[in-house]
Write a protein that binds this ligand. Structure first.
Ligand SMILES: [Zn+2]
Length: 421
C-alpha cells in the first residue's frame, strides 16, 4: 500500500472533519445529542443526502428537467444504449424524478424514476459520466372475490363492497368497467341492471413490493339480474382467452348489448329507476343513451354502412346492416368517424361516430335503434336471444376443470357441492 503524501493527508483530514462535522450538526438538529457536553466518538458516515422530487412537465424534455436540477452532463444517447427499451425522448410528462444530492456537492449524483408499474430506472454519476440500470419491482398476485348489491349505481355498490385499502378508488372503477366488458354482449349495465340486482367477481389483486395495489385480470363473475344467474369464466381455449358461461358457451354474440361503452355513460347514472329524462321526437322507436358530447359511439356488430348523412329529426345518422334482416341506427351524432361512409365495412365495437345533439334533440345523447326486416324493435327484448360459440370439443375437459377451480373462488360457500358432483 502506498503511503499518503502530506498533501493528501491534509485533504483527507479536512474531508473527515467536514463529513463528521456535518453529521454531528445534523444529529444535533434532530435532538439526538441534547445535553451532551463532550464530543461524541468520531463516526465516519456518509454526508446527509437530500432528496428532491421534480416532475417532467408537458412539452418539456428530460434534459430541460435535469438542467433545472443542475444536471447538465448527461449523455442521453450513451445512457439509452446501456438500457434495454429505454428511450429518453419517450418519457411521458407527469413522471416524477427523485434527485439525490449530497450536502456540499453542487449537483445530484443519483436520480430515480418509476417508469412503469414494475420498473424503476436508476441513474448514477460515476467517473466516466452517467450510467443507468433498471430495478424490477415485483408484484404479488392474489385472487380477490367481491360481492355487491346494487342500490344506486354500480360504482357505489363496488365502493360498498370493497374498501380503499383492498382496492383503491381508481382500481374499483376499472373493475366496474372490466365487468361491463366481460358482459358486453349479454348485459347492458346501464339498462338491464336495477336496484337489488347482485354481482360477484373474482379478480386478480396485485400488490407491489412497495405496497401499491391495483387490479389485474377478471377471472370469473356472476351477475344476478332479471331473475337470472349469468356466469362468466375466463378460459384460454387454445387460440385466445375468452369468457364462457357455465355451459361452456362464449359470452360473445353477433351484436353488442349497447352502442356506448358503460364507462361512457358516466358514474352518476343511477340504477334505482329509469328516468326518461331525454326529450325525443315521436314516435319513439329506440333507446336514448345520455352521454357527454363527443363520446365515441360504437357499432354493435360487424356490417356495412348503409347510411352516413343527415336524415330529418335523426340529425346525423349512421345505419349499419349486420345481416339480411338486421340493421342498427345511431342518431343525433355530432360527427361521423373517419372512413364511415356508405359501403364501408365496420367491425363490431368500431367507433362510427360521436355523441351530439343534431336533428331533433334538446341535449347531447345517442338515439339507438335496432331494426329487423326494416322495423324498429325493442333492443331490450333481444336479452334472451342466441348463445355464443361453445368451447372447442378438444378443450372441453380442460374447461370443466378450470370452471370448478374458478367456482371455488367465486362461490366458496358452495364449493363443496361443486366438487362432489
Ligand atoms: Zn330517442
Amino acid at each position: 500500500m502506498r503511503l499518503l503524501s502530506q498533501n493528501e493527508r491534509t485533504v483527507l483530514a479536512t474531508l473527515l472533519a467536514l463529513v463528521c462535522g456535518v453529521g454531528v450538526a445534523g444529529a444535533r438538529r434532530a435532538g439526538y445529542l441534547g445535553g451532551l457536553k463532550t464530543a461524541p466518538p468520531v463516526v465516519v458516515t456518509s454526508a446527509p443526502v437530500r432528496e428532491i422530487s421534480d416532475t417532467l412537465r408537458t412539452s418539456e424534455t428530460v434534459s430541460q428537467l435535469f438542467a433545472r436540477r443542475g444536471v447538465n452532463d448527461v449523455d442521453w444517447a450513451a445512457l439509452a444504449r446501456g438500457v434495454r427499451n429505454f428511450n429518453p425522448h419517450r418519457l411521458r410528462s407527469g413522471l416524477v424524478f427523485v434527485f439525490r444530492q449530497r450536502h456540499g456537492e453542487p449537483s445530484p449524483h443519483t436520480v430515480a424514476v418509476r417508469v412503469s408499474h414494475d420498473a424503476r430506472l436508476w441513474m448514477t454519476r460515476a467517473d466516466g459520466g452517467w450510467s443507468a440500470s433498471v430495478e424490477r419491482i415485483p408484484w404479488r398476485v392474489e385472487p380477490l372475490t367481491v360481492e355487491g348489491t346494487i342500490r344506486t349505481t354500480l360504482y357505489d355498490a363496488m365502493d360498498e363492497a370493497v374498501g380503499e385499502e383492498t382496492l383503491p378508488r381508481e382500481a374499483r372503477s376499472q373493475l366496474v368497467w372490466g365487468l361491463s366488458e366481460v358482459y358486453d354482449w349479454v348485459v347492458d349495465f346501464s339498462r338491464d341492471m336495477q336496484e337489488g340486482d347482485r354481482f360477484r367477481v373474482v379478480a386478480e389483486r396485485l400488490v407491489s413490493s412497495e405496497g401499491e395495489v391495483r387490479y389485474g385480470r377478471i377471472l370469473a363473475a356472476r351477475i344476478d339480474a332479471s331473475n337470472r344467474h349469468l356466469y362468466a369464466f375466463r378460459f384460454d381455449h387454445g387460440e385466445r382467452t375468452e369468457f364462457y358461461d357455465e355451459q361452456g358457451r362464449s359470452m360473445k354474440r353477433e351484436l353488442l348489448r349497447a352502442p356506448l361503452e358503460f364507462k361512457r355513460i358516466g358514474s352518476g347514472f343511477s340504477m334505482r329507476r329509469f328516468h326518461p329524462i331525454l326529450r325525443h321526437y315521436r314516435p319513439h322507436l329506440g333507446i336514448d343513451f345520455g352521454a357527454a358530447y363527443g363520446a365515441p359511439v360504437r357499432s354493435v356488430g360487424a356490417g356495412m354502412v348503409t347510411h352516413a348523412a343527415r336524415m330529418g329529426g335523426y340529425g346525423n345518422l349512421v345505419e349499419v346492416q349486420h345481416n339480411a334482416r338486421t340493421t342498427s341506427r345511431y342518431a343525433h351524432l355530432s360527427r361521423f368517424a373517419s372512413g364511415v361512409r356508405v359501403g364501408a365495412r365496420v367491425t363490431q365495437g368500431e367507433t362510427i361516430g360521436y355523441v351530439g345533439a343534431s336533428g331533433l334533440a334538446t341535449s347531447p345523447h345517442l338515439h339507438y335503434e335496432l331494426r329487423i326486416n326494416g322495423r324498429a324493435v325493442n333492443p331490450r327484448r333481444q336479452f334472451n336471444t342466441g348463445s355464443g360459440e361453445p368451447v372447442p370439443a378438444v378443450r372441453r375437459a380442460a374447461f370443466e376443470q378450470e370452471k370448478v377451480r374458478l367456482l371455488e373462488l367465486l362461490e366458496p360457500e358452495t364449493a363443496l357441492s361443486h366438487t362432489a358432483t
